[in-house]
Design a protein around this ligand. Sequence first.
Ligand code: SAH
Length: 224
Amino acid sequence: MNDSFVAANGLNGIGMTSQRTRDRLIARLQDQGIRNYEVLEAIRSTPRHLFVDEALAHRAYEDTALPIGHNQTISQPYIVAHMTELLIEGGPLDRVLEIGTGSGYQTAILARFAKEVYSLERIKALQEKARKRIRALKIHNVVFRYADGSVGMKDKAPFDGILAAAAPSDVPQELLDQLSVGGRLVIPIGEREQKLYRITRTEDGFQREFIEDVRFVPFRSGLR
Ligand code: SAH
């Protein structure tokens, strides 16, 4: 397939969603310290422009969060890549729980690294769109649930990885309880000033590592 065929058939996106634009994003992530080749490859080959409204598609390969409606945002590619790295560094991922499906973009990336991904979202309209996108991309190892993520997903626990895409003011105990031994929770904590942590369950407790300062949408309780 030559380049013009690919462009004409929309397989690779055109203009601002072209392969060259995507490669520039990968270079930027590398500059920012993302080293894991498989993570970079997952970002390179996941069509982020399909996870935002068409009007924003031309900005999909910028390294920024973008609005997805309902006062929520699709996460910045750097943070998606970094959180994914933090989860997979600790060992193989059988089951992963994601809190805050949003657009489904992080879900699509996680689905490459875990056998099963369970993704919770409290805004029905966002969940439905995400489900359609994941189905259109023929990703089959994701289960979506419309639920408040603060209680996790007890019936599928324990998880080797839990990733939260919204920031609570404190670590929800239920999420810690649902980690397997060796499992890790990657979560932003705080209100105005948020900090990203990786918390690993050990034989005799939890080990907490501060990762970096971050900005996420707030973690909210209840359904909408
Ligand atoms: N990684 C996602 C980020 C979406 S923004 C993406 O790239 O698209 C965070 C999402 O978390 C929002 O959709 C918000 O509705 C959801 N959220 C916030 N608090 C939640 C909770 N308690 N339970 C489930 N989802 C929650």
